[in-house]
Design a protein around this ligand. Structure first.
Ligand SMILES: C[S@@+](CC[C@H](N)C(=O)[O-])C[C@H]1O[C@@H](n2cnc3c(N)ncnc32)[C@H](O)[C@@H]1O
Length: 281
């Protein structure tokens, strides 16, 4: 970047976002490390009067908001109860109606399992101006960290994101989302990993399909593990995997820099070129 361009970027970083008073900006904070924030996100934060944020947001991200901005956490409390979504929507609307610039800060991207759609709808229904600043979703950040290409000309020409939460898991129709030529990324699937593996195998996915488990991606103590679909449920328990983590099901998982829980021979079974894997080991 040339000098004037760099200076312009710097000025934009510290200039408060412009626009009418009283509005809501949904901002994606990325998968963890603060330098995943976009310039647009930093600019929105610099203009915030109120920041309503989830858990898992790095304190250094919140530091981009002015010291005088009010910070409101709606993270899960110790008693594991989160603030109800309706209450969050009501808070955003009330603060904006009071004339304040409200940044709603979320991990990853607001529209990927982030309930951003519900918050936008609440603002629109209330006649409150609302804007969305996308963020680097966990799948993209975590995959990049371990050199796992979600698509690849030789291995995957389609990629899907699914939620592995217990609610309605059995009823969800994932047929065709995993298998040869496809990559399936499961968010929130740690506790249901075994059931997810069973579901995919029942739908015809090979038990030998590689799976990468990406735990705390881009955060201190991140781990990347690899196994085969048939072993997924046991592997998560054996390795003591905890949330936040992603499960990446597909041949591309074989290309990740990851610790092999079943040995490299397992990948040979899946027909992957061992050269790439050995290089990563
Ligand atoms: C409620 S969803 C929010 C997703 C977020 N909006 C996004 O775009 O990444 C939370 C889930 O995202 C995944 N996740 C978020 N941050 C992660 C990280 N640093 N490493 C691995 N998975 C992560 C986990 O599956 C976690 O349970």
């Amino acid at each position: 970047m040339d000098e004037p361009a760099a200076a312009r970027v710097e000025a934009e970083q510290v200039a408060p976002a412009r626009g009418p008073a009283g509005r809501v900006i949904l901002v994606g904070a990325g998968p963890g490390a603060p330098d995943f924030l976009t310039l647009r996100a930093v600019r929105a934060l610099a203009g915030a009067e109120v920041v309503v944020h989830d858990g898992l947001i790095d304190a250094r991200v919140l530091d981009f908001a002015p010291a005088g901005a009010r910070r409101v956490s709606v993270a899960k409390r110790r008693d594991r109860h989160s603030v109800p979504q309706e209450a969050i929507c009501a808070l955003l609307v009330a603060e904006a109606r009071a004339g304040r610039v409200v940044v709603r800060l979320k991990g990853g991207d607001p529209f990927v399992f982030g309930r951003g759609g519900e918050e936008v709808a609440a603002c629109v229904a209330a006649g409150v101006p609302v804007e969305v600043v996308p963020g680097v979703s966990a799948a993209l950040g975590c995959a990049a960290e371990v050199h796992l290409p979600l698509t690849h000309r030789d291995h995957a020409s389609a990629v899907s994101f699914v939620a592995g939460t217990c609610q309605g898991l059995r009823e969800q129709d994932w047929r065709g989302l995993a298998g040869p030529g496809r990559t399936l990324v499961v968010y929130m699937g740690v506790t249901t990993a075994g059931a997810i593996a069973e579901k995919l195998m029942a739908d015809g996915v090979s038990p030998d399909m590689p799976v990468a488990i990406l735990e705390r991606g881009t955060l201190p103590g991140s781990r990347a593990l690899r196994t085969l679909l048939a072993d997924l449920g046991d592997a998560v328990v054996r390795a003591g995997v905890t949330s936040p983590a992603l499960l990446v099901v597909g041949r591309v998982a074989g290309l990740a820099h990851a610790e092999d829980l079943m040995g490299l021979a397992a990948l040979d079974l899946a027909g992957l070129t061992l050269a790439a894997v050995e290089q990563a080991a």
